[in-house]
Design a protein around this ligand. Structure first.
Ligand code: PAF
Length: 285
């Protein structure tokens, strides 16, 4: 696997690949890779001739400096994992390489980017669109792979792709979970052993709420999940929303849409660490 640090070297490499008629898959990441990322890379390797994995801790999507500072950085082990997964290129540029000047572009795709994470982390999706649009322009991939763990992020990126007319396919990939149900996330490595023991209660409550929802209203299901999680000492729900799976607008009734998803963010422990998850109630398996 090649490690490339500059945009021009990446362009030269991919230009040659395209001349040879090769297809290109892009897996954008912020590093601190785990089995969830590995599943995206393996999928891209199986569907494309060339797989580029970007490793870039994008400062513009962090609205909280302490969150950025404590984000795990593990470049060496990341490259080892990518090599084992069969990636062709790890693209690991510096902040100066990507943002020689501040990026002043504004992206706005409500309600996808204004609700939930958008409301609690102002500017977050603007930063995501800034970096992802840059990566799409550099790599011009045929397909780009994103984990469904960040369910809202995929909805926002789909809107950006439509808006800017990128000619590529977004490939959403299922959440990879630990055996206890906890969604894999780079932030999990920041959890203490006590926090690791309670964090699986988030998915346990979401999973139970699917059968509960069959004979209860949307409002009752919202309350069921929030009280089950808030009852666990050390966990506190920041928000839980039951939304249309495409627009991310709130639904009031199970008949409001053919695709309904519950999206949650929970504070875990005293630091606290924000953990994100979701559950599908209806449609699009
Ligand atoms: O999902 C992530 O890790 C990031 O938001 C992404 C898509 C790599 C952009 O920095």
């Amino acid at each position: 696997m090649k490690v490339i640090n500059t945009i021009s070297d990446l362009r030269v490499f991919l230009h040659q690949a395209r001349l040879e008629g090769k297809t290109i898959g892009l897996v954008p990441t912020m590093g601190a890779l785990h089995e969830g990322h590995a599943s995206l890379v393996r999928r891209s390797v199986s569907e494309n001739d060339v797989t580029v994995v970007s490793i870039f801790l994008n400062p513009t999507q962090f609205n909280d400096l302490s969150d950025l500072e404590r984000y795990p950085r593990t470049l060496e082990s990341d490259c080892k994992l990518l090599d084992e997964c069969g990636a062709s290129v790890a693209f690991a540029p510096s902040v100066k390489e990507i943002y020689p000047e501040p990026d002043t572009r504004i992206f706005s795709y409500p309600p996808t980017d204004s609700v939930m994470e958008g409301a609690f982390r102002p500017g977050h999706f603007n930063g995501v669109c800034q970096i992802v649009s840059k990566l799409f322009s550099y790599a011009e991939p045929d397909r780009a792979y994103f984990g469904e763990k960040d369910f809202q992020q995929i909805a926002v990126i789909r809107r950006m792709v439509e808006d800017l007319g990128f000619k590529l396919t977004i490939v959403p990939c299922p959440v990879v979970r630990e055996e206890n149900g906890l969604a894999m996330s780079s932030r999990n490595s920041l959890l203490t052993s006590e926090e690791r023991a309670i964090a699986p209660e988030i998915y346990a409550a979401l999973a139970k709420s699917v059968s509960y929802s069959k004979n209860h209203s949307v409002e009752e299901t919202l309350q069921y999940v929030v009280s089950a999680i808030d009852a666990v000492p050390g966990l506190k729900v920041q928000y839980f929303s039951i939304v249309d799976g495409r627009s991310l607008a709130d639904v009031k009734s199970w008949d409001d849409s053919d695709f309904i998803v519950g999206c949650i963010t929970v504070f875990c422990g005293s630091t606290p660490i924000r953990l994100i998850d979701h559950i599908k109630y209806k449609g699009e398996e």
